[in-house]
Write a protein that binds this ligand. Structure first.
Ligand SMILES: [Zn+2]
Length: 469
């Protein structure tokens, strides 16, 4: 192995501790998909890498989406009639429904409860809830605390602003000998949580910090964006340049005690897929490999059918498979420097292999291989009419169009949104509804129902023989 890489590998335990230290520094900041929390976090990263901080004004159209109003918050609390703060944003920023509109009024327990979110299955922790695209306010508390609330008059106060501003993201490029790029992306929009969010941020910051001193074949681009809307914004502004991206990984959930897990790119057999799998096989430790699926993080956008980039996601325990996911328990104790260090070494080995095999890329067939399946008599092939990134399903009320609601706190989740995402992602003219049913594990009837709902919203049309994707 190249001596430069060896030098870094010798320092990995120390790098793990430094990553954890940076995570502790970033942890208290109240981040969201826009606002000063993201800016402050990016400024802290600037102490390590000189990244560019970019601002995209509210109202900017980015494919099917629009950059939302900017949200900022100073304070929030709920007081009982004795004037005691029983819920205090300053103690944990998870206490406020992220993107809450400002409010100040006195209400009954009954009304307060309509705006409280808790997790009965994990009664000790504060859940993380958001309402980005529907104006709302609320508080999140442990279920045990909720059960103890007494009949009283409560003062609710949220000192927030939601107005024209901008979406902020960070970008850092290390120029190699070639313009061909490796893209590493993470998201920086969650408030005080570590594995889901900050672990990826500190991993990529330190990878960039160490790679920038090496002589490299590829150029390496690092993105620190708000999840979903940030990746969509970046793709929309850089569409002309994505041709340069030869490999990539989305970094999230990289610091928990679980084994390494890899979610393949949509292409399934791209060089990045082969490389990561080889590194995991040679690691001597347990690992898990999953085929691509169109839920998860920003690989959903990078691997939307209109881009289909060779980007996978090398993680530890996939969200939401750890109990701490989206709660106050995903903290600086749950993520440890040794796990961050272990993931760091795997990313570094992937980079080393990519560098070693530079210029030997063999393109693969795009269609996923589907074994032992029978075509349904009603089988059809559709085309996604919005193939670049996901369309915004919420604004079309599509979640209500089909399926039954699974009640969940802090927003209505409909199980069949997953069938919509499967149909959208694989309606590339090459996969039929039977193929999609087979790949997703859903019944043909459910997939067909999703396709019909998408056709009704003009997001999908049946493929004709002369159509080209
Ligand atoms: Zn999350």
């Amino acid at each position: 192995m190249n001596t430069n890489f060896e030098n870094i590998i010798m320092n990995i335990p120390e790098i793990g501790n430094s990553m954890h230290k940076l995570m502790v520094e970033l942890f208290p900041i109240c981040r969201s998909i826009t606002g000063n929390g993201v800016r402050k976090s990016l400024q802290i990263l600037k102490n390590h890498i000189l990244l560019d901080i970019l601002e995209v004004p509210s109202g900017t159209k980015v494919f099917d989406w629009t950059v939302p109003h900017e949200w900022n918050i100073n304070d929030a609390y709920v007081k009982n009639s004795k004037g005691e703060k029983i819920i205090d944003f300053k103690k944990s920023n998870l206490h406020v429904l992220n993107y809450s509109i400002p409010i100040h009024k006195k209400i009954s327990l009954e009304e307060l409860k309509l705006n409280l979110h808790s997790l009965p299955e994990h009664p000790d922790v504060i859940p993380y809830r958001t309402s980005y695209y529907k104006e709302n306010w609320g508080f999140c508390i442990s279920h045990n605390q909720l059960l103890q609330l007494e009949n009283d008059e409560y003062e609710v106060f949220i000192d927030s602003t939601l107005q024209d501003g901008s979406l902020t993201y960070g970008e850092y490029l290390i120029r190699g000998k070639s313009e061909d790029e490796v893209l590493f992306s993470c998201y920086l929009c969650h408030p005080s949580m570590c594995n889901d969010n900050l672990s990826g941020v500190v991993l990529l910051t330190f990878l960039a910090k160490y790679l920038k001193n090496l002589s490299l074949n590829y150029s390496y681009r690092f993105l620190f964006v708000p999840e979903t809307i940030g990746a969509i914004t970046w793709l929309s502004r850089n569409e002309h340049n994505v041709i340069k991206i030869k490999h990539g990984l989305v970094a999230t959930c990289v610091g928990d005690p679980g084994i390494s897990s890899y979610k393949k790119s949509r292409q399934g057999n791209a060089e990045i897929d082969q490389t990561v799998i080889e590194v995991l096989k040679n690691s001597g430790a347990d690992y898990k490999i999953l085929d691509f699926y169109p839920t998860g993080s920003d690989e959903r956008q990078f691997c939307s059918p209109g881009f289909n980039l060779p980007i996978g996601s090398l993680q530890r325990t996939f969200a939401p498979d750890f109990a701490e996911y989206h709660t106050s328990a995903d903290n600086t104790d749950f993520v440890q420097g040794e796990y961050l260090a272990d993931t760091f070494s795997k990313y570094l080995k992937v980079i080393f292999k990519l560098e070693e095999n530079f210029g030997k890329f063999k393109p693969q067939n795009d269609k996923r291989i589907i074994k032992n399946f029978e075509k349904n008599d009603n089988d059809k092939v559709f085309l996604n009419l919005n193939p670049k990134c996901e369309p915004q399903l919420g604004k079309r009320n599509l979640y209500h169009a089909i399926g039954s609601q699974i009640p969940s706190q802090g927003g209505k989740k409909i199980v069949d949104q997953f069938t919509l995402l499967w149909v959208l992602n694989y309606s590339d003219g090459m996969h039929s509804l039977s193929d999609i049913a087979q790949l997703s594990g859903y019944d043909f009837v459910q997939i067909e129902k999703a396709a019909n709902a998408l056709v009704a919203c003009n997001l999908l049309k049946e493929k004709n023989d002369h159509d080209r994707f």
